[in-house]
Design a protein around this ligand. Structure first.
Ligand code: SF4
Length: 347
């Protein structure tokens, strides 16, 4: 551990928080938004990461049978765009879709959002990065933890080395690089130096700092949820070490009360909320209120449906007519549900 990091680790949490807040204010506007991760499957061919719900799917359900429909995926991208949510990343289980299918979905997602998106589908070889490059701004390595011993235990079939190669390839292509880090897997505070070195080595642009969600049936069922202070400590350490790093804090619907602390620690935005299911509910209103409590203006909406010509939005997509019909049908199902959840704005 270098002397600076050692000194930082000695300081009190309040002092660290204050410094992290000051660094954040110097480098970013006082706003935040919700980042949506759009999933394309609920199964994965790796399937043995010890914390992941995808490793706990029924044995008779083959990963390739867990694909979400393309219509549902595109409908969600449309909702996200109109609600002003950032797209955290497009993701799902490893090996579930073919490169052709991924490329098609990326093309349409790019057409919907009018921007290049983050992609998180496991380690991607350079040849495929080149293929996906017109539609992606960067790749996300779902690294989860960078302590080698802990990583080998938590992700036995998902080594770090292929992600490290992907980061090098992405850099060569001018793509941005993001990673994930889950607080609560068993790391110790001493591991912060390993994380800092990793971010520095691969010039990581963005990190998603989650708090463990103990999933029934996994190794972590019954494990302690990391406290808000613990999650905030990691965020604050990273904010102080990397003033310009984009740091996302993963929260969960029952953890809204930790939002002000995580934002004060220097997180840019919030993610990991069931935003469609919770849209317009008291929980969603609380989320927005908690961001404002931290002195941040909330960009986008989790509470009021935007006005949009939804049919026209679908009509302009370059997909075949039968798929357009399906996207519209799915979109209206989502909108009906979102409206029911206490929202009275026009569709
Ligand atoms: S590779 Fe990703 S999706 Fe698959 S089991 Fe591991 S964490 Fe879950």
């Amino acid at each position: 551990m270098d002397a600076t990091t050692a000194a930082v680790m000695e300081e009190s949490f309040d002092s660290l928080l204050e410094r992290a807040q000051a660094v954040y204010r110097q480098h970013f506007p006082m706003e935040c938004c919700f980042e949506r991760a759009v999933f394309f499957s609920w199964g994965c061919t790796i399937g043995d990461c010890q914390f992941c719900y995808m490793s706990n799917q029924p044995a008779d359900k083959k990963p390739l049978e867990t694909k979400r429909s393309r219509a549902s995926i595109f409908a969600e991208f449309l909702l996200a765009k109109k609600c002003g949510w950032d797209i955290g990343f497009f993701t799902g289980g490893i090996g579930v879709f073919t490169p052709d299918e991924i490329e098609f979905m990326l093309r349409v997602a790019h057409e919907i959002t009018c921007e290049r998106i983050w992609l998180s589908i496991g380690p991607v070889p350079k040849s495929l990065l080149v293929r996906y490059q017109p539609y992606i701004r960067g790749i996300v390595g779902s690294t989860e933890t960078v302590n080698p011993k802990l990583h080998a235990k938590v992700c036995p079939s998902k080594p770090l080395a292929p992600y490290e190669r992907m980061f090098v390839d992405a850099a060569c292509l001018g793509l941005q690089k993001a990673m994930t880090f889950i607080v609560g897997l068993g790391e110790t505070r001493d591991d912060v130096q390993i994380l800092i070195d990793f971010i520095r080595k691969y010039r990581i642009d963005k990190i998603h700092v989650y708090g463990l969600i103990p999933v029934a049936g996994t190794l972590y069922e019954g494990a302690c949820i990391p406290t808000a202070e613990e999650q905030a400590w990691w965020i604050a350490q990273l904010r102080v070490a990397f003033p310009s790093l984009d740091i996302q804090c993963g929260i969960w619907s029952n953890r809204a009360d930790r939002i002000p602390l995580l934002l004060k620690a220097g997180a840019n935005s919030i993610s990991k909320l069931q935003a469609v299911k919770l849209f317009g509910t008291e929980t969603a209103k609380e989320m927005v209120g908690r961001c404002e409590e931290a002195g941040r203006r909330f960009r986008g909406t989790l509470t009021a449906l935007p006005e949009a010509d939804w049919d026209a939005e679908v009509a302009r997509l370059s997909i075949d007519d039968s798929l357009k019909v399906e996207v519209k049908r799915k979109l209206w199902v989502y909108l009906k549900g979102m409206r029911k959840q206490g929202n009275t704005s026009p569709l």
